[in-house]
Design a binder for this molecule. Structure first.
Ligand SMILES: *Cc1c(COP(=O)(O)O)cnc(C)c1O
Length: 234
């Protein structure tokens, strides 16, 4: 089932890219494996998936122990400062940097292990209370500038979670805003900000239209998540 889902999804992504004149090679699919276990990840690996997304430090650590660097790990969840150590150890990318304190702690702990941690800034692009991320333009500005100074952080992109709505225009506007923000910083000379991490199961086609380079997709690959179950079912 997982293999079939991945194949169908990759075909759908490719069709959408062709439709909007984009190169499918510029759009990376991240399989969001949170709440699924080792067996599901193995099935996805067999299908050729390389990049996986997790949103809890503990779960990421357990899966990192199992698969190590056979997998490129993307941390996409809210990150508490006392968990940074574990995430820096395992994650190739941290998509959810949303404060100076967090950026500074990532820089400090990455320095301790001689790593340059790739990060994205999580931006709040819709006015939904539930969505976390930086919203104020002055805060985004400070974060971009601080990250450029930190030796053990490489700021590679911006991330957002689209609004949970059927209103396509609102979703579109949220993604357009993220793309324009990237353009603004690129014009200011921050040319490492290349990635736009946006688009999930419900809105990935809109995200491709608006320039996403990283799609974070869970349910369309692994099925519905069952939060009542323990996360790791080995
Ligand atoms: C869970 C999650 C996803 C994947 O969501 P689906 O709707 O299952 O594709 C993407 N991004 C973030 C930040 C998530 O927490």
């Amino acid at each position: 089932m997982i293999a079939k889902n991945i194949i169908q999804l990759l075909e759908s992504i490719e069709r959408k890219c062709v439709e909007v004149n984009r190169n499918p090679a510029d759009v990376k699919l991240i399989a969001v494996s949170k709440n699924f276990g080792i067996e599901e990840i193995k099935s996805a690996l067999l299908t050729g998936m390389t990049d996986f997304g997790e949103n809890r430090a503990q779960e990421l650590t357990a899966k990192f122990k199992e698969f190590g660097s056979k997998v490129k790990w993307h941390f996409i969840g809210n990150l508490q400062r006392n968990k940074v150590r574990f995430v820096v150890q395992a994650a190739d990318y941290i998509h959810s940097v949303n404060s100076l304190q967090l950026a500074s702690e990532i820089n400090r702990l990455a320095g301790k292990v001689n790593k340059v941690q790739k990060v994205l800034l999580q931006i709040k692009t819709s006015n939904e209370e539930t969505k976390s991320g930086v919203e104020k333009e002055s805060e985004i500005y400070d974060l971009v500038n601080y990250c450029a100074e930190y030796p053990n952080i490489e700021l590679v992109g911006l991330m957002t979670i689209g609004p949970l709505t059927d209103d396509i225009e609102r979703i579109k506007n949220s993604f357009i805003y993220l793309r324009e923000l990237k353009g603004y910083y690129n014009a200011k000379g921050f040319n490492n900000i290349k990635e736009l991490s946006m688009g999930m199961t419900g809105d990935y086609k809109i995200a491709i239209e608006e320039g996403a380079t990283m799609l974070r997709i869970g349910s369309a690959i692994f099925g519905e998540r069952d939060y009542s179950k323990e996360y790791i079912r080995i």
